[in-house]
Design a protein around this ligand. Sequence first.
Ligand code: CDP
Ligand code: MG
Length: 733
Amino acid sequence: SKKQLLTAKLRNKTDRVNWEEEQMKKSVIKADADEIKVKDSDNYEFVFDPESMIDFTDDTTDILEPVEDGRLAEALEEQINKMKSIKETRKSLPVYQYRQEILDSIRQHQILIVVGETGSGKTTQLPQFLVEDGYTNDGKCVVCTQPRRVAATSIASRVADEMDVILGKEVGYNIRFDDRTTPDKTILKYTTDGMLLREFLNDPQLSSYSAIMIDEAHERTLSTDILLGLLRGILQDRKDLRLIISSATMNATKFSKFFFDCPIFNVPGRRFPVDIHYTLQPEGNYINAAITTIFQIHTTQKLPGDILVFLTGQEEIESMQTKLLEILSKLDNTKFPDLLVVPIYANLPQEQQSKIFEPTPKNCRKVVLATNIAETSLTIDGIKFVVDPGFVKEQSYSGGVSKLVTVPCSRASVDQRAGRAGRLGPGKCFRLFTKWSYYNELEKVPKPEILRTKLNQVVLLLLSLGINDLLHFPMLDKPKTIQLSEALENLYAIGALNSRGAITKVGQVMCDFPCDPEYAKVIYSSVFEESCNGVLPEIVTIVSMLQESNSIFVPGLNSEEKTKLFGSLMQSSDHMLYLWIYEQWEENGYSRRWCQDFKLQHKTMKRVLRIRQQLWKYCRKQDFLLKHDQNLTQLKENMPRSVIEAKIIKCFISGFPTNIAKLSKQGYTNIKQDLSVSVHPSSVIFNRMKQEGKPMKYILYQSLMLTSKEFIRDCITFDKYEWLTETMPHIYK
Ligand code: CDP
Ligand code: MG
């Protein structure tokens, strides 16, 4: 009809102009390209054309306000581009202008809270200021904590560059299983909050430090919260110690109240406005919606302008990476610029981390697939578009079962994420949920980890530090009394505490070992429990493999291929397969070729080797090896594999007595709670269940993750209920 024709014409007209002139103002992406259809391997058809794209809201009432005058930001950004050397880039960061004021405040006040927009230079600069101001002159050290490993390592490496020193000497990092510091030489150290917490065990006054920066405090991880409580206690005795708490712009007054109304230093940030778009309809599959959005952006928006996508975890990132590459290979690549896909998540090998910081090549667009690590911990320059499905993976704990669940983010988090689009210039954020949902369904702020996790480990640590009055231990948010008593009960049940509530020898081992206490218990049992001793080397190997189990095989390896490679081992269990893999690799001289032949990631295996060496060192230190040798002489070596396997299972029962699913009419359910679980397709057990007629009665699993189902992973099976009563009488008798 006439009317339709008119709108069609109008649209064509606007389509042509919006590109050059009004690119940033125009909010809805309209493709100028022809329709593109691409099918992925799951037969899902992605259609990128003006008619069938995802509809986003096109009003611009939702704008993340610029933090500072945009023009000023622009001028500063230009300045950065002009200044080539790394030293000059430092000077352009917002915190630099406040260097002296911040240092004066720290001299004056023992505790200072620093709040500033992400990317303003808190993490990389503040610790350097302290070093320059003489805090490390008397042989003491400055330390800065991070909730995540990747942040600690990549920032340490950046700062080492800025200070022009070798990483691991003056500037280093310390994360679990990877200590890159030099005693007597390292003056500035980046570490995870969990690792600093462990240092209280050896040195309750943290006497080697002159200044401690607790970074990303707004994340409220369990370790950060406990650290803050402990530090609050030692500051009175250590008047020389300085504490800096830094946070993105959330909840700073809460920290100040907790620390005797200490001052808050606000670093004015810079950020351009960010237009926020919501989907008009809720999106069923946010992965596919995200992919469609990425291509909507890619096919219609000018370069430069990189895209940042927030996903929930490594697996999701890897699968999306595969899909994107697949679609790219089918696209007519003469029509569009190149698309460079780079992932970033907590366990990403260090060699690959630097990739995300490398400048995007000319005529190319970078897509960064990130977990919420890119929300505030890491700043990637060049991002102009944020695609945010609005989910995050969180630890949750209820009724004695802990699991990872994917939950909607809080409003504070999604606003932080949107802000990442406004560093280079005005940006756009595409939220794959509705505006209604933002205002009515999302929580205001994230729930602190301490209120939603198992407290066993923390309670054990506090007890071993002599803090017995847990109810009055200072905490930003107090866990419920029932959470604490549950933790005490659990610790008693696994033998870490005796009936008087005092720490036992096992409890001490669980504290001292550089791995989760549950794994420490498994290792302990392999030496000291009569029913399962004699398997220490095997256990240490399996425990080491389990630390890295999600990146042992090359990505995308399916179970048919695995069966071809590993044959009858695919009829055993994940634990036994891991043991076999490690032992064979060792026998083959830790060879790279061997890994390639078996589709294993050599880099991961090398990490496993390092982890194993460290655990072994602890075993030696604790005289486990001596006792193990005695066990072997008594046991008359050369146990058959079936005996070894039985012992291995019992060791794991002793560490993970409630991570057990039992066979019932409805399939497998958790033994403690009526929760039905499914074996994850990546598990050997899944493969076995397809083949075997008679399923096993019990499955012990290492992790439980709720995605489309409650999936259990890293599984080993057994048949005898007696093994439970025999190994864990407090729980099962
Ligand atoms: O901690 P905050 O978010 O305030 O900022 P930062 O992490 O200290 O980052 C300051 C600047 O250093 C940003 O422009 C980052 O892009 C840059 N940076 C980098 O280029 N490479 C790294 N590995 C870390 C930071
Ligand atoms: Mg930071």
